[in-house]
Design a protein around this ligand. Structure first.
Ligand SMILES: NC(=O)c1ccc[n+]([C@@H]2O[C@H](COP(=O)([O-])OP(=O)(O)OC[C@H]3O[C@@H](n4cnc5c(N)ncnc54)[C@H](OP(=O)(O)O)[C@@H]3O)[C@@H](O)[C@H]2O)c1
Length: 320
């Protein structure tokens, strides 16, 4: 485990963000304060980062996914803006988006510009995943325009769509300094053979794939990525919007031993479990609420489970 900074949530932010709000309502004022104190304490633990193998640059291990950022209602936009504002204040950097997520890139580009926090973020986006494959340069220019940035940190081929035409353009864009890293993504088992092939034949900085305590079909891919020195982002780490892993444990108390790895919620336990995989660089839980962002960011603090502890979590999960 490594730590590079020590950003922390203030008591006010913890209270405002509602890290402990649910507990407060359920347990009454004195315990609510105790829970808030625990969250504030957890936020002061060292931030966990992992290196991107191709450069050694370190990334905080929990980012966000934004496939629900294409909204228009003022209160929904305000919630997304708050998430983008607080993300770097909590120590995080990585924002994953895509051309394919409606207007998410546009929403992110506008708010990041207004907030002036572009330099504190690592923005990952993806080339179009449907329709006519645009001439490669156009796909890149459209992402730069929508995100209102001169440079994209990570540009990924979304679900291999148009990979043969688009990948060489990404590599050129990297040489030209418009893109810092290149990669490919999927979240379906049917595309795992293509992902294995891409790892073998292309010079990738990153892959993005689905993995969680209940979704381990990508294990072979993770092993190969590690062997090849390719960074791994994990999508759908909480089981997605439908069939979330969290609904399974909604009414169950968190085991006492979770505190041995500084996990204070089910989301933190599950994210720490995934991030602790030796091949994984970072997870990108989808989040549209500040309270969830603050909860998830605490998974990037303190200790991670070792191999034996991961087995213990698996054994416990088999009983829920
Ligand atoms: N092929 C691809 O490239 C691909 C495919 C799928 C996904 N992705 C990327 O991966 C990201 C993550 O996937 P996902 O969003 O589908 O699934 P996910 O991260 O497994 O789950 C997101 C769901 O969990 C909820 N949630 C998050 N944190 C929570 C917390 N602490 N407590 C309770 N609920 C919480 C979210 O609700 P709220 O919104 O209310 O916070 C949302 O409903 C996407 O946003 C996208 O960026 C990429």
């Amino acid at each position: 485990m490594n730590s590079t900074s020590n950003n922390s949530v203030s008591r006010r932010t913890a209270l405002k963000g509602g890290v402990a709000a649910g507990v407060g309502l359920a347990l009454g004022a004195p315990l609510a304060w105790a829970a808030t104190d625990r969250a504030v304490h957890a936020s002061s633990l060292p931030l966990i980062t992992k290196p991107i193998p191709s450069t050694g640059e370190r990334l905080p291990v929990v980012g966000i996914g934004t496939n629900q950022f294409s909204v228009t209602a003022p209160e929904e936009l305000a919630a997304r803006r708050e998430v983008l504002e607080q993300l770097p204040n909590l120590g995080a950097k990585l924002v994953d988006t895509a051309w394919g997520y409606g207007d998410s890139e546009i929403v992110i580009g506008k708010f990041v510009k207004e907030l002036g926090n572009r330099d504190n973020l690592f923005i990952a986006t993806k080339t179009p995943n449907r329709g006519d494959v645009p001439p490669g340069a156009a796909a890149l220019e459209q992402a730069l325009t929508r995100l209102q940035t001169p440079r994209i940190d990570l540009l990924q081929i979304h679900n291999f769509y148009g990979i043969d035409e688009l990948f060489p353009v990404l590599v050129d864009a990297k040489t030209a300094g418009k893109v810092r890293y290149v990669g490919v993504t999927t979240s379906t088992d049917q595309q795992y053979p293509q992902l294995l092939e891409a790892l073998q034949k292309r010079k990738l900085d990153f892959i993005q794939v689905d993995y969680s305590i209940e979704d381990q079909g990508a294990e072979k891919i993770l092993q190969l990525a590690k062997e090849k020195g390719v960074a791994v982002l994990i999508n759908v780490p909480l089981g997605g919007r439908h069939g979330s892993l969290l609904t399974k444990v909604k009414d169950k108390p968190l085991p006492d031993w979770a505190k041995e790895i500084d996990a204070g919620s089910w989301a933190q336990l599950l994210l720490k479990y995934t991030v602790a995989h030796p091949a994984v660089t970072a997870v990108i839980p989808g989040t549209t609420k500040l309270a969830h962002l603050e909860d998830n960011q605490l998974a990037a603090r303190g200790r991670l489970p070792d191999a034996a502890f991961r087995k213990k979590i698996e054994a416990f999960w088999a009983t829920v």
